[in-house]
Ligand binder design. Structure first.
Ligand code: TMP
Length: 206
């Protein structure tokens, strides 16, 4: 896969319960304290497409698995190329744009119940981030954290599914081994502060 790299674009990925949101909180407060211009963003987005996906994830709208893969790709297309607040646009005025999830999530999650080649194809034209941060946490630990949260259950909240998601993440990262994208894999079982420290020294050390 040969995809363009967007300098300053950073993506954080991990299983549900791996702590990506906490890491984003910590990274953005680090950048804010140093007056480094940045924008935090996420997928599914809070655009109309993303809101529709949230309903699907909550089990409110039953759709074919392929349709879900198309929806994530459609939401991503606006997220990256959108004229109003799209990532490419935001990078013109910000040093960093940091996204909680990107197309690696589609490859990891949607490839399970729909044709992996379709998912790859739908996502093959999106540019790559300069850095992909993967927060590595065993499936059992993620599940324990999710159970403690006691929030609304989503369609992918089950341990067997998550095991395959983790395998797929490894494959997804492998797909880009030849690219210039820098992959930072951190051990997410360490304390949140330690994990943040590792990410900061790998990504923002210059
Ligand atoms: P969140 O918990 O990080 O808000 O993500 C919502 C869920 O959506 C999570 O289970 C991962 C899933 N997801 C996909 O299945 N495919 C995708 O492309 C993205 C961005 C998220």
């Amino acid at each position: 896969m040969k995809q363009e790299i967007l300098k300053g674009f950073i993506v954080i990925e991990g299983l549900d319960g791996s702590g990506t949101t906490t890491q984003l909180d910590n990274i953005t407060s680090f950048l804010r304290n140093r007056n480094i211009s940045h924008i935090r963003t996420f997928e599914p987005t809070d655009r109309e497409t993303g809101l529709l996906i949230r309903k699907v994830l909550a089990g409110q709208i039953p759709l074919k698995q392929e349709t879900i893969a198309y929806l994530f790709a459609a939401d991503r297309n606006e997220h990256i190329f959108g004229e109003k607040n799209g990532i490419i646009e935001l990078l013109k005025t910000n040093r960093y744009v940091i996204s909680d999830r990107y197309h690696f999530s589609s490859i990891a999650y949607q490839s399970i119940n729909s044709d992996p080649l379709l998912v790859e194809e739908l996502n093959s034209r999106f540019p790559l981030p300069e850095f992909l941060i993967f927060v590595d946490v065993p499936v059992e630990e993620c599940q324990r954290r999710i159970n403690m949260r006691n929030g609304a259950v989503e369609i992918y909240d089950n341990i067997d599914y998550q095991r395959i998601v983790l395998e797929n993440y490894n494959k997804a990262i492998g797909l880009f081994a030849e690219s210039q994208m820098k992959v930072i894999r951190v051990n997410g079982t360490k304390s949140a502060e330690e994990v943040t420290g590792e990410i900061i020294s790998a990504v923002f050390s210059d």
